[in-house]
Design a protein around this ligand. Structure first.
Ligand SMILES: Nc1ncnc2c1ncn2[C@@H]1O[C@H](COP(=O)(O)OP(=O)(O)OP(=O)(O)O)[C@@H](O)[C@H]1O
Length: 361
């Protein structure tokens, strides 16, 4: 088995997906992005449902698509396992025959294909459902059959489109954990697309963020979550993100946000003054005061007013109109005690050490 290399573009009307990426064998790459960012287009071009407009896709020596050379391998000849969001099992076949379908199409005889299919069902803990038809399966069961069917052809590439989106919330988290352990044992290059950040973080070895058909961020999930590069990622992971220029005056370092104010920060020594940097701030690191605090060690004090108040689980998130604008997490008790309302004037304090500074490019 080899790495999957995608280097090309797909044009659909006004939209263009352009990407140059290697999807490593044995690794799970999750592609995360908002609606219409090109995630499905990517899966379709790898599987062969959609042809590239320019460039090349290959799995080691096996070329899937090469526009310049006029070469295009049809979907059925690509060693690709595909699991659709809605599973798309063959309704008239039972679970065993659904799983045996791929090996049969590859020329394996019926008895042997069915034996192998039963073994896959056993691995997924659903051997007892072998003679059930799709209509008799729950969402989680049908997801396992779909995965077994995709893996039964021992593909070099496994593609999963929103693998847990069709499941109810409880089944979803169990299925994710299970899915992760199956994927761990796989030697294929796995590509999963989702717009669910939790799914991305649970399943990914590597995360790619697509926005408007372009890659905007890539890296291990923890790194992407800690150091978002775009507003989309920052919002997903619930962080404040500000871009500005680093200034060093004497012993003090500030982040100049031009008309959006400035913040006192602590920046790594290797980032020189004048560099464009990003600042990520956890909403829970910001303290709220109804009057200007007289004491305290926080180097940043910002005056503003509450724009909106929303409840998130056991926290309350305030959107504060200030220089700069900030999202702040407080407890419901603090909202009551400080009598916080939309429109209330407010002071925010923030330690320089609670601002994560990293280069913009
Ligand atoms: N068959 C098509 N013909 C023309 N344009 C298309 C076609 N399919 C998709 N598009 C356009 O391509 C762009 C990318 O769509 P795509 O489905 O790849 O995005 P996505 O990231 O998967 O979105 P979602 O999260 O909503 O599924 C969209 O602007 C869409 O309108």
């Amino acid at each position: 088995m080899s790495d999957l290399v995608f280097d090309g573009s797909v044009v659909r009307g006004d939209f263009e997906l352009a990407l140059s990426e290697t999807f490593a064998r044995g690794q799970v790459t999750v592609v995360l992005g908002p609606n219409g960012s090109g995630k499905t287009t990517l899966l379709q071009s790898i599987s062969g449902i959609t042809a590239l407009t320019r460039g090349r896709i290959s799995l080691g020596e096996n070329v899937f698509d090469d526009v310049e050379r006029g070469y295009y391998l049809p979907p059925e000849d690509r060693p690709v396992g595909l699991v659709f969001q809605d599973h798309r099992l063959f309704p008239h076949l039972d679970a065993v025959d659904n799983v045996a379908f791929g090996p049969r199409a590859q020329g394996v005889d019926r008895a042997q294909a069915r034996r192998a299919a039963r073994e896959w069902l056993r691995r997924f803990g659903i051997e007892s459902l072998a003679d059930h038809r799709p209509a008799q399966l729950s969402g989680g069961q049908s997801q396992r059959v779909a995965l077994a069917r995709a893996l039964a052809t021992t593909p070099g590439v496994l593609l999963l489109d929103e693998p847990t989106a069709a499941l109810d919330v409880r089944t979803r988290s169990i299925t994710r954990t299970e899915l992760r352990s199956h994927l761990d044992q796989l030697d294929a290059a796995t590509v999963i697309v989702t717009h669910d950040p939790l799914e991305a973080i649970t399943l990914a070895d590597r995360l790619l963020v697509l926005e408007h058909g372009r890659l905007t961020q890539a890296g291990p999930p923890a790194e992407v979550a800690r150091r978002p590069r775009t507003d989309y990622v920052a919002t997903l992971v619930g962080l404040n993100l500000h871009a500005g220029v680093l200034r060093r005056v004497g012993r003090s370092t500030t982040l100049d946000l031009s008309e959006r104010g400035s913040l006192v920060v602590v920046a790594p020594a290797e980032i020189a003054a004048g560099h464009r940097v990003l600042a990520a701030i956890r909403p829970s690191a910001i303290a709220v005061h109804t009057e200007r605090p007289q004491h305290g060690s926080a180097r940043n004090l910002v005056e503003g007013s509450i724009e909106s108040i929303e409840t998130f689980g056991d926290r309350v998130r305030l959107a504060v109109d200030a220089r700069p604008d900030l999202l702040v997490d407080v407890t419901p008790a603090a909202v009551a005690e400080l009598q916080l309302r939309p429109g209330s004037p407010i002071w925010l304090s923030l330690k320089a050490t609670d601002i994560e500074i990293y280069p913009q490019d």
